[in-house]
Write a protein that binds this ligand. Structure first.
Ligand SMILES: NC(=O)c1ccc[n+]([C@@H]2O[C@H](COP(=O)([O-])OP(=O)(O)OC[C@H]3O[C@@H](n4cnc5c(N)ncnc54)[C@H](OP(=O)(O)O)[C@@H]3O)[C@@H](O)[C@H]2O)c1
Length: 293
């Protein structure tokens, strides 16, 4: 008599042509989920050629076009909802996905939020907190991956730091528990593939904390080029960015994020990231080294 085979659940990842979503698809496959059970949900299937090359299913799913979301979620049991990159639209967009997930009987949703979304003054937090509330009210089983800052927010600027020999900011001695996108993606997949009962709830995720001066020192040590951190007031930073050609709204937004850093709003001592990864998060030194290769 043959043993009955339990079919593997079907997983879907939204924003799969973006940085985090793509890494999450990779992490699912690395974890041994068969490619036939992985669906990359993308706004523009024309951009998904390399994803299709992995053997995963490609489905169109545009947060702004709810008619695409039902078909995209058909047969999906576990969904990673990667937060939208457009502030101001996020609650409507995420709500549309959550409604569609409910209608499609998705078993478990993991949403990428931001650190301490319900209690900080971080300008980005209210839309994440509102999305968490929508999930809470949906009746769906869910986990919230409250991600801290990406290390790539800094490593992507390495050429500029090295050219100018400085990092400009208004973060003071604020510490930021940044981690790489790859680590956050792996953690989200650990939640997504784990036991639903154990994984439900809110996970504060971040790597080892560092100040901007420590970031500058690490860059100096890894590259051999001296980079120093120059701290400003939020107003000075805004004016300096405007003087360099940024529009005032963007400059004020960046300065406001720096103020949150200064207040310690992007710092956590939670061990959750390490626990979900089953290893230490990638160190700042290793992330900077990788970015210089
Ligand atoms: N923690 C942090 O430091 C930090 C920093 C930046 C952003 N974030 C948040 O984390 C999310 C993921 O980060 P990331 O680096 O992967 O961002 P990303 O590379 O910009 O990817 C965003 C993804 O969202 C997709 N998207 C945009 N509008 C959409 C829509 N209407 N419908 C469906 N998909 C849509 C994009 O599709 P296309 O490929 O077609 O453009 C892209 O695949 C961001 O969206 C943002 O909410 C966090």
């Amino acid at each position: 008599m043959s043993t009955p085979v339990t079919p593997a659940p079907s997983f879907a990842v939204t924003g799969a042509t973006g940085h985090l979503g793509r890494l999450a698809v990779d992490a699912l496959l690395r974890r041994g989920v068969p490619a036939g059970n992985v669906f990359a949900l993308v706004r523009d299937p024309d951009k998904a050629g390399d994803l299709a090359g992995l053997g995963v299913g490609i489905r169109e799913a545009d947060y702004d076009r709810p008619d695409t979301l039902g078909p995209a979620l058909e047969g999906i049991e576990r969904l990673l909802l990667v937060s939208s990159p457009t502030p101001g639209d996020r609650v409507r967009q995420h709500s549309a996905v959550i409604d569609a997930a409910k209608a499609a009987d998705v078993e478990f949703v993991v949403y990428t939020s931001v650190l301490r979304a319900d209690e900080t003054e971080l300008v980005l937090a209210p839309e994440h907190a509102a999305t968490e509330d929508v999930l809470q009210g949906s009746g769906l089983l869910f986990a919230v991956a409250r991600n801290g800052w990406y290390t790539e927010n800094y490593t992507a600027q390495l050429p500029r730091y090295l050219e100018g020999g400085e990092i400009l900011g208004a973060a003071g001695d604020g510490r930021v528990s940044a981690a790489t996108r790859a680590d956050y993606a792996e953690a989200a997949v650990s939640l997504l593939t784990g036991d639903v009962v154990d994984q439900q709830g809110y996970w504060e995720l971040g790597g080892p904390a560092f100040t901007m001066s420590e970031l500058a020192a690490t860059i100096t040590e890894v590259t051999g080029t001296q980079v120093v951190y120059h701290d400003h007031t939020a107003e000075e930073l805004t004016e300096s960015m405007v003087g360099a050609g940024a529009d005032r709204g963007t400059a004020e937004f960046v300065a406001s994020l720096e103020t949150s850093l200064a207040r310690g709003e992007l710092e956590t001592d939670s061990p959750a990231l390490e626990n979900l990864l089953g290893r230490a998060p990638t160190s700042l030194t290793d992330a900077v080294r990788a970015a210089t290769l």
